[in-house]
Ligand binder design. Structure first.
Ligand code: SF4
Length: 268
């Protein structure tokens, strides 16, 4: 097990403490690598597939969204076929993923927008686009927010762009890596800035695992947590605005697992 010296004090989220926060983030990464294993960062598939998968993953489990994605790919030979299909038919095909009547028009619309902008229904050209350009390009599509964009960039294109789902956000806030008031949208950049590029993927995956298994939303299992000595929530006796956590709807995307609250499909 790697031994990294523990941060002596609780860092605060201002520019002067950036170095301390980065050190703490590195220590967290080391601990989680030790606990959950070293991950190989490899592409999870073509970028358009990752985009559709991310839409399907909202407010449902990985298992349900994967089944919906497989049904969609089996029912239509190409993304053009999906783009040209009636919304009702797409919805029927992805029904197992939940919220099909909301997700189907979103999928059809984004496929149509991509085709209109590029003249083809694929995003393979993103592979050759610089990261910042690719991020801006994806965010230009209606309904594609920072989380969806980051999922495509990280999972498909292996770029160091961090998706922040409800688990990553909650655990990071409890640890004191980010302040809760910045919200999930700004947390993407704030957390990404604390990590070296090669840490982005394992940090995302491991924080989700930790959030599922140990740092769960309602009653975190601090007694079993390898990060307790680094955790502001633990040090505070669990009084870091957690009542707000319990009242707020929490949404997740692929690789973020089951949502605690199911409402509507939104831009993420
Ligand atoms: S000590 Fe508790 S609150 Fe802090 S990260 Fe671990 S499980 Fe979460």
């Amino acid at each position: 097990m790697r031994q990294r010296k523990a941060a002596a004090t609780t860092p605060k989220t201002d520019a002067a403490n950036d170095a301390a926060l980065r050190e703490k983030a590195a220590l967290v990464c080391d601990r989680l690598d030790d606990e959950y294993g070293i991950l190989e960062w490899r592409s999870h598939g073509e970028p358009l597939g990752a985009l559709v998968m991310t839409i399907l993953s909202q407010h449902t489990s990985d298992k349900n969204s994967e089944r919906a994605y497989d049904n969609l790919r089996n029912a239509y030979a190409t993304w053009d076929d999906v783009r040209e299909a009636p919304v009702a038919a797409i919805a029927d095909t992805i029904r197992s993923g939940g919220l099909a009547d909301a997700k189907a028009p979103r999928i059809k619309n984004v496929l149509g927008e991509i085709n209109e902008k590029t003249g083809a229904t694929n995003l393979d050209f993103l592979r050759d686009m610089p990261t910042e350009e690719g991020k801006a390009y994806l965010l230009g599509f209606h309904g594609v927010g920072p989380k969806t964009m980051a999922c495509v960039m990280m999972f498909s294109l292996c770029r160091p762009v961090l998706p922040v789902d409800t688990h990553v956000f909650r655990v990071s806030h409890r640890l004191g890596l980010i302040e809760k008031r910045i919200g999930e949208a700004k947390a993407h950049d704030a957390l990404e800035n604390l990590l070296t590029p090669e840490r982005v993927y394992p940090f995302h995956v491991h924080m989700i695992r930790h959030g599922r298994r140990v740092c769960v939303a309602q009653k975190p299992r601090c007694g079993q947590c390898s990060l307790a000595d680094q955790c502001d929530y633990y040090r505070s006796g669990g009084v870091m605005g957690e009542s707000a956590d319990r009242k707020s709807p929490e949404t997740e995307t692929r690789h973020g697992m089951k949502a605690e609250t199911t409402t509507t499909v939104t831009t993420v």
